[in-house]
Design a protein around this ligand. Structure first.
Ligand SMILES: C[S@@+](CC[C@H](N)C(=O)[O-])C[C@H]1O[C@@H](n2cnc3c(N)ncnc32)[C@H](O)[C@@H]1O
Length: 305
């Protein structure tokens, strides 16, 4: 079980860590990006993640980098409260979504291809996928699948109806049960060529995961707190994996009056070579920003310092 960090060298170029800088990795995961930042300069990294399982991996990084590295288990929405008294940062990284550690661990219930309990909670606490599937109304389930999975409304409705009919007979407990329900709800559409490359349950699983972890509101919250924890000229790197995440980043950058200037125009995408060696990187979109109180000081599109 390992996690290959996505767009690694491009991310480091955006963050451009310098000796003595402080960098915040808000999505520590397996620590791949954090270690690369620590290797790029004699800087300090604070790794954060809401997942308690990340603590073990953080201990390994701490053992190598000692007081250059620290870790806190926290959610994006708690960033400011937790770091209010921390010295400000010169760089921040968000590598959104879930890690291979989470997907590959069947007991976390993120994967439709591994039999496990319907869980999907990154923080390992609070509302779970089981609660959504077994207690939400048909309308609410359809709405979640449509909004967060980008399933057309007709398909979302069919899936929600099948979920509710199935749970009337017995509770839905596992990831593979849910996948079979989605498959049978969509019937002949499953074998339609258009859907043949992607598992039919992908969008439903993505939708329930995003809802359970309140992922979109978390991203919104994190971005809006940045001015309070950044030094002037700090760099921000965001890696999104679907259009819902990327739209929030783009809107934040467009509407924010806080002086975040894009330094990656156009956004950076993975090369064919990276996709071949790490298929999970396929949909990644990397954006870079510089926090700049004096608008207009930055040449857009050139992210070398
Ligand atoms: C794609 S992985 C990051 C992988 C990491 N960059 C690496 O190289 O190993 C995303 C991580 O962000 C964490 N995460 C997602 N949303 C979060 C949130 N709202 N607050 C804190 N951590 C979050 C997940 O638990 C997961 O470990």
């Amino acid at each position: 079980m390992s996690h290959i960090p996505v767009l690694l060298s491009e991310t480091i170029r955006i963050l451009a860590p310098r000796d003595g800088a402080r960098v915040l990795d808000c999505t520590f995961g397996g620590g791949g990006h954090a270690v690369a930042i620590l290797e790029a300069a004699d800087c300090r990294v604070l790794g954060c993640d809401r997942d308690p399982d990340a603590i073990l991996r953080a201990r390994e990084v701490k053992a190598t980098y000692n007081d250059r590295f620290d870790f806190r288990q926290l959610k994006f929405s708690d960033l400011y409260e937790a770091l209010e008294s921390h010295p400000k940062f010169d760089g921040v990284l968000f590598d959104f979504g879930i890690s291979s550690f989470q997907v590959d661990n069947a007991s976390r219930g993120f994967s439709f291809s591994r039999e496990g309990p319907l869980d999907m909670r990154m923080s390992a606490s609070g509302l779970s996928a089981y609660d959504v599937v077994n207690s939400f109304s048909e309308n609410d389930i359809a709405r979640i699948i449509h909004m967060y999975g980008d399933e057309p409304y007709r398909r979302s409705g069919k899936i929600a109806m099948k979920i509710v009919r199935t749970r009337e007979l017995d509770l839905i407990r596992t990831t593979t049960e849910l996948r079979e329900i989605v498959k049978s709800a969509l019937g002949f559409e499953v074998i339609h060529k258009r859907y043949s490359n992607v598992d039919v349950a992908t969008k439903t699983f993505q939708a329930i995961r995003i809802f359970v972890n309140d992922e979109l509101r978390e991203i919104d919250c994190a971005l809006s707190q940045l001015p309070k924890i950044l030094n002037n000229k700090a760099r921000v790197a965001t890696i999104s994996f679907h259009s819902l995440e990327d739209r929030i980043v783009k809107n934040w950058a467009k509407l924010s009056n806080d002086g975040f200037v894009s330094i990656t125009k156009p956004a950076i995408r993975t090369t064919k070579e990276e996709i071949l060696s790490n298929p999970r990187s396929r949909s990644a979109i990397l954006r870079g920003f510089e926090y700049n109180c004096n608008w207009g000081d930055v040449d857009n599109g050139d992210f070398t310092r």
